[in-house]
Design a binder for this molecule. Structure first.
Ligand SMILES: Cc1cc2nc3c(=O)[nH]c(=O)nc-3n(C[C@H](O)[C@H](O)[C@H](O)COP(=O)(O)OP(=O)(O)OC[C@H]3O[C@@H](n4cnc5c(N)ncnc54)[C@H](O)[C@@H]3O)c2cc1C
Ligand code: FES
Length: 432
C-alpha cells in the first residue's frame, strides 16, 4: 500500500469518527429537549406559557435555558459542604456561604445571575418532626472552578408583627449552618442572567439583598476585563446595611469603566455623603436620567417589591426596549400580576376540582394563582419560592389546561404545572 493510500484511509477513518460523534451528540440533545418539553397540560395536551417576559435567552441551547437547566447540570439534589462563612455587612444581617460538593466532582458552570435551589430540614419549633423546606439563593460570585457562593440575608418578622416567627430558612442558615456543615442543592437555574450584547453599556440596579445576582454579574464582568461601561445603582437604608462595601469600592477603583452609585434612603449621622454613598434617597428614574448618558443601555434590576413595581414599568414607559430590561424578584411575582392584569381572560367562570380533597371551586380570575386558590380552600400544598423558581408546588393535571403568567424557571414533568404562577385556562382537575 502506497503512502498516499495510507494517508487517504486514515483521513477517511477520522472523518467517519467525527461524523459518528456529531450524530450521537445531536441525537442525545434532541432526546433531552423532548424530555424537557415545557408541557403544562394534561397528558398529551401541551400548554405553553401565556406570557414570555422580557428576559433574553442566549443563542446557545435556548430550549435548555428556557427549562432552567444549565448545560451538564446534575439532576435532583447534590450535597455541598460549607467551606467558609463570611459576614458581609456591619449589622451582621448578611452572611456568605462558600459551598464545595462533598462528592469531590466538578462544579456545573452557570450564567452570572442564576441561583441555586436548596432543600433543608428545619426543626419544628412546636417540637414535632422536622420540616423539609425549599428556598432559592442567587449565586453571588463569578463562576469559579472551586466553589459556589451564596449570600443570605437574615429575614426578621414583618415590621410591627413580632407575633409572627422570623424567616425560617434564612435564620436557620445563619444560626445553624457552620463551616463543615452540609446542605443539598439543585443545579444552577434561572432566566435572569447576563447576556453578551456587544458594546451596549450595562446598568445594574439592586435594592437590599437583591444586589446578590448583580454582584455575580459585576464580578464576572470585571474578571473578564469587559470593556463595556457598567453602572451599579445600589439602594440600602444606611451604612450598616451596605454589603461588601470595600470590595465594591475596590472594583470601581480598579476598573475605570465601573461606576458605583450607592443610595442611602435613611443615612445615619456618621454616614458620609460623597464618600460612603453618592445619593440620598431611593434609586429612581430621575436619578437614572441624571446619571446615565443618552443612548441604549441594558438594565438588570433586582430588588424589593416597591423598587421593582416602580422602576421596571417606569423604564418601559421611558421607551426602553423590553429586551433591554432584565429583572428578577425574590418573592411572589406581584410585578407580573400588575403589569399584565389581563393575561388571564376568563369570560365564564371555570371550575377547578381538587380531586384528592374532593373540593370543587369556581374560578373567577380574582383568586391570584392556583396556589392561592388551593390554600384559600384549606388544601395544604408544599411551596418554596412562590415565584416559579424552585419547582416545589409542581402538581399533576388530571384534566384541563393552565396558563402561566410568567415563564417557569423550574423544569416540569409532562402533564404537571407550577401552581404558584399558573391560573386555569379551562375547567381543571388537579391531583391535590
Ligand atoms: C430566585 C430567587 C433568588 C433569591 N436569592 C436570594 C439571595 O441571594 N439572598 C437572600 O437572602 N434571599 C434570596 N431569595 C429569597 C429566599 O429564597 C427566601 O425567600 C428568604 O431567605 C426568606 O426565606 P425564610 O425561610 O427565611 O423566610 P420565611 O419563613 O419564608 O418567612 C418570610 C417572611 O414571612 C413572615 N411570616 C412568617 N409567618 C407568617 C405568617 N403566618 N403570616 C405572614 N407572614 C409570616 C416571616 O416573619 C418573614 O418575614 C431568593 C428568592 C428567589 C425566588
Ligand atoms: S413554589 Fe417554587 S415553583 Fe412554585
Amino acid at each position: 500500500m502506497s503512502n498516499a493510500t495510507l494517508v487517504l484511509l486514515i483521513t477517511m477513518a477520522i472523518l467517519a469518527q467525527v461524523a459518528a460523534v456529531g450524530l450521537f451528540g445531536w441525537q442525545r440533545r434532541r432526546a433531552r429537549l423532548q424530555q424537557l418539553n415545557l408541557s403544562g397540560g394534561a397528558a398529551g395536551g401541551e400548554v405553553r406559557p401565556a406570557l414570555v417576559l422580557s428576559r433574553q435567552l442566549p443563542e446557545a441551547e435556548p430550549a435548555l435555558v428556557a427549562a432552567g437547566v444549565s448545560p451538564a447540570a446534575w439532576s435532583g439534589y447534590r450535597e455541598f459542604r460549607i467551606e467558609r462563612r463570611a459576614v458581609e455587612d456591619e449589622c451582621g444581617a448578611v452572611c456568605s456561604f462558600y459551598l464545595v460538593p462533598t462528592d469531590g466532582g466538578t462544579l456545573t458552570p452557570y450564567r452570572p445571575g442564576q441561583y441555586l435551589t436548596f432543600r433543608l430540614e428545619v426543626p419544628d419549633p412546636a417540637g414535632g418532626s422536622p420540616k423539609t423546606l425549599v428556598r432559592c439563593y442567587s449565586l453571588s460570585d463569578r463562576p469559579r472552578a472551586d466553589c459556589y457562593r451564596i449570600s443570605v440575608k437574615r429575614v426578621p418578622s414583618p415590621p410591627g408583627r413580632s407575633d409572627l416567627p422570623p424567616g425560617v430558612v434564612s435564620n436557620s442558615l445563619h444560626d445553624q449552618l457552620q463551616e463543615g456543615g452540609t446542605l443539598w442543592a439543585r443545579a444552577p437555574a434561572g432566566h435572569f442572567y447576563l447576556t453578551d450584547d456587544g458594546a451596549v453599556p450595562i446598568v445594574l440596579i439592586g435594592g437590599g439583598i437583591g444586589i446578590t445576582p448583580l454582584l455575580c454579574i459585576l464580578s464576572t464582568l470585571t474578571h473578564r476585563a469587559d470593556p463595556r461601561e457598567v453602572w451599579l445603582f445600589y439602594g440600602v437604608r444606611h451604612g450598616a446595611e451596605h454589603i461588601m462595601k470595600e470590595h465594591l469600592e475596590g472594583l470601581s477603583k480598579a476598573h475605570p469603566n465601573v461606576h458605583l452609585q450607592v443610595c442611602y434612603s435613611e443615612p445615619r449621622p456618621d454616614d458620609r455623603l460623597g464618600t460612603d454613598y453618592q445619593h440620598q434617597g431611593f434609586v429612581n428614574l430621575e436619578l437614572l436620567r441624571r446619571t446615565l448618558r443618552f443612548g441604549r443601555h441594558e438594565f438588570y434590576v433586582c430588588g424589593p417589591p416597591a423598587m421593582m413595581e416602580s422602576l421596571v414599568p417606569a423604564l418601559q414607559v421611558q421607551g426602553v426596549a423590553s429586551e433591554d430590561i432584565h429583572y428578577e424578584s425574590f418573592g411572589p411575582a406581584s410585578l407580573n400580576q400588575r403589569q399584565v392584569p389581563n393575561t388571564v381572560v376568563v369570560t365564564d367562570p371555570v371550575a377547578v376540582r381538587f380531586s384528592g380533597s374532593g373540593k370543587t371551586v369556581a374560578w373567577d380570575g380574582c383568586a391570584g394563582s392556583l396556589l392561592d386558590l388551593a390554600e384559600s380552600q384549606g388544601i395544604s400544598v408544599d411551596s418554596g419560592c412562590r415565584a416559579g423558581s424552585c419547582g416545589t408546588c409542581e402538581t399533576r393535571i388530571e384534566a384541563g389546561e393552565v396558563e402561566y403568567r410568567q415563564q417557569p424557571d423550574a423544569d416540569l414533568k409532562p402533564g404537571h404545572c407550577l401552581l404558584c404562577i399558573s391560573t386555569p385556562k379551562t375547567d381543571l382537575t388537579l391531583a391535590l
